[in-house]
Ligand binder design. Structure first.
Ligand code: GLU
Length: 263
C-alpha cells in the first residue's frame, strides 16, 4: 500500500513537471514570438568600427566583437546563429531605427546613460571604455590641455562632446567642436586639417590610427556599452540581459575580447 502511494505521488510530480516545462516552452512573450514567426532577428551594428562592427570593403562581410554577440543572441532565440539580418547604424541613426521597428536590437558601441535609459531598454554592460583623443603626431600634443583653443571633431548624437567639454571645463580650457555623421568623415577632417583632433571612445579610435596619427593616453568618462531594445519589448530585453550575463559569467565575453584583440 505504501509503495502504491509513493508511486502515485511520483506520477503526480512527474506530470506536473512535464506540464511546467511544456508551459515554459510555449509561453514566449509577444515580442519574442514575433521574431520567431518572422524567422530572423534584425540587429543594428556599426560597420565603420574595426573589431566591433566593420564591413570589409573587399568581401562586403560585416564582422567583429559585437557581431559575434549578435549571433549568440540569434542562436538563443532562433536556434541558428546565421538567422540575423544586420543593418548598418551610426550614433545618430541607431535610436530612430529602434523606435520605428527597423531593428529589434542595437549592438553598436551604444553607451548606457540615464538619459538614454528613458527611451530604451539596455542590457547590463558587456564592455567598458573611455573617451580618447586622436591627433596628428606632427602636432606634438601630449594631452587635452595642449588642445586649448583647438578644433575637435566628434560624432553627432554621441556622448563624446559632453565628455570632452566636462574635462575642458575642469582644466579651464576652450575647445571648438565640429560634428560629423560618421567616423571616416571625422578622420578625413583630421587628415585635411579641418579639425586638430578626433574624439570618441578609445576602442573606436584604435581602428583609425595610422602612421601619421596617435591616440593620446588621456581617457575620460567611462563608457559602458549595452545592448539596446525598444521600450515595451520587455521579454526580449530580459532574454538579452540573461544572455549577456551568461556570456560574462561563462567567460565567453572575455574570449571574444581576446579573439578580436581588443585592448
Ligand atoms: N559610445 C559613444 C556613444 O554611445 C560614442 C559614439 C558611438 O557609439 O558611436 O555615444
Amino acid at each position: 500500500m505504501k509503495k502504491f502511494s509513493v508511486l502515485i505521488v511520483s506520477l503526480v510530480l512527474l506530470a506536473s513537471l512535464i506540464t511546467v516545462s511544456c508551459m515554459a516552452a510555449t509561453t514566449d512573450s509577444p515580442d519574442i514570438k514575433a521574431i520567431k514567426d518572422r524567422g530572423v532577428l534584425k540587429i543594428g551594428v556599426k560597420v565603420d568600427v574595426p573589431k566591433f562592427g566593420y564591413r570589409d570593403p573587399k568581401t562586403d562581410k560585416i564582422d567583429g566583437f559585437e557581431v559575434d554577440i549578435a549571433k549568440v543572441i540569434a542562436k538563443k532565440i532562433l536556434g541558428n546563429k546565421a538567422k540575423v539580418d544586420f543593418q548598418a547604424v551610426n550614433a545618430k541613426t541607431r535610436g530612430p531605427l529602434l523606435d520605428n521597428g527597423e531593428v529589434d536590437l542595437v549592438i553598436a558601441t551604444f553607451t548606457i546613460t540615464d538619459e538614454r535609459k528613458k527611451s530604451y531598454n539596455f542590457s547590463d554592460p558587456y564592455f567598458t571604455d573611455g573617451v580618447g583623443l586622436l591627433v596628428k603626431k606632427a602636432g606634438k600634443y601630449k594631452s587635452l590641455q595642449d588642445l586649448n583653443g583647438k578644433k575637435i571633431g566628434v560624432a553627432q548624437s554621441s556622448t563624446s562632446r559632453k565628455a570632452v567639454q566636462d574635462e575642458a571645463d575642469k582644466l579651464g580650457i576652450k575647445i571648438d567642436f565640429f560634428e560629423y555623421a560618421t567616423y571616416p568623415e571625422i578622420k578625413a577632417a583630421l587628415d585635411s586639417g579641418r579639425v586638430d583632433c578626433f574624439s570618441v571612445d578609445a576602442s573606436i579610435l584604435n581602428g583609425y590610427v595610422d602612421r601619421s596619427t596617435m591616440v593620446l593616453s588621456d581617457r575620460f568618462s567611462p563608457q559602458n556599452y549595452g545592448v539596446a531594445s525598444k521600450k515595451g519589448n520587455d521579454g526580449l530585453a530580459q532574454l538579452v540581459n540573461d544572455t549577456i550575463n551568461d556570456m560574462k559569467n561563462s567567460g565567453q565575453i572575455n574570449k571574444l575580447i581576446k579573439k578580436w584583440k581588443i585592448k
